[in-house]
Design a protein around this ligand. Structure first.
Ligand SMILES: [Zn+2]
Ligand SMILES: [Zn+2]
Length: 245
């Protein structure tokens, strides 16, 4: 039975924060249950100026008939080998809902909810702590390396080993090495297992968590949003531009 959690409202999906996205770090392993059988594809530009210089992705608003994207206009005429073109052109990004099942604990030195052997906020040693799965629905977004190479291989291997098991039937442990462009992510699947209804409950509300609406995440950025991002806009600034406060 494919697992199909209820979907969030449009404004809730569009008003997302960075904590809604899975982040990989060499400091700890990440355990995910993929919730969507098929990833969705978007073409995105990396805008290094956005988010006050920390960088952010924008979904390219160009279509076959409408060429309105300010980034593509700024790249017009550049050679395909030009580093500026390679850095700024739109690239394939895949998106799925996942249940983040990474073991977390609460640091007794600073109170931060954290995974890993050391607190992500204060680096305190967590060895004696008890960890429980976070069980929070997040968005996993990455490029073809993770989705079409790594995860396709996992899916194929598991289907052979576990008689047709699908990508949503088991947890996968991801470990990251390297930084920036040298970042490599390995994925090791567990045996198939069921997710219980309890795993999906939001501890704050006691209600089942809802999945993000992938269609809303694929919505192209507007020219106004991209121009604001080129000037350093943050997610909070963009939520204001989108009229979501
Ligand atoms: Zn574009
Ligand atoms: Zn701490």
């Amino acid at each position: 039975m494919p697992f199909a959690p209820e979907q969030r409202a449009y404004s809730d999906t569009r008003k997302r924060t960075s904590s809604a996205y899975v982040k990989f770090s060499p400091a700890f392993r990440v355990v995910l249950r993929i919730l969507d059988e098929n990833a969705r594809l978007a073409w995105k530009h990396w805008i290094p100026e956005a988010n006050a210089g920390k960088g952010m992705m924008a979904t390219c608003p160009n279509t076959a008939t409408e060429r309105i994207c300010p980034i593509d206009s700024s790249l017009a005429g550049l050679d395909k080998e030009d580093p500026k073109y390679i850095d700024r052109k739109a690239k394939k990004r895949y998106i799925v809902n996942v249940l983040d099942r990474t073991p977390y604990t609460v640091c007794d030195s600073c109170g931060t909810e954290t995974p890993g052997k050391a607190c992500i906020a204060c680096q305190a040693d967590l060895k004696k702590h008890t960890f429980t799965p976070l069980n929070r629905i997040k968005i996993l977004e990455s490029g073809p390396q993770l989705f079409t190479t790594t995860l396709n291989a996992v899916e194929q291997m598991q289907a052979e080993e576990f008689d047709g098991a699908g990508i949503t039937d088991y947890d996968i442990t991801f470990s990251a090495t390297g930084v920036g462009r040298d970042r490599k992510i390995a994925a090791i699947p567990a045996a198939p297992s069921e997710i219980s209804a309890d795993d999906l409950v939001d501890p704050e509300t006691g209600e089942p968590q809802k999945a993000f609406r992938l269609d809303d995440l694929l919505e192209p950025s507007t020219v106004e949003e991209i121009e604001a991002m080129l000037k350093g806009a943050t997610i909070a600034d963009l939520n204001v531009i989108r009229g979501i406060v």
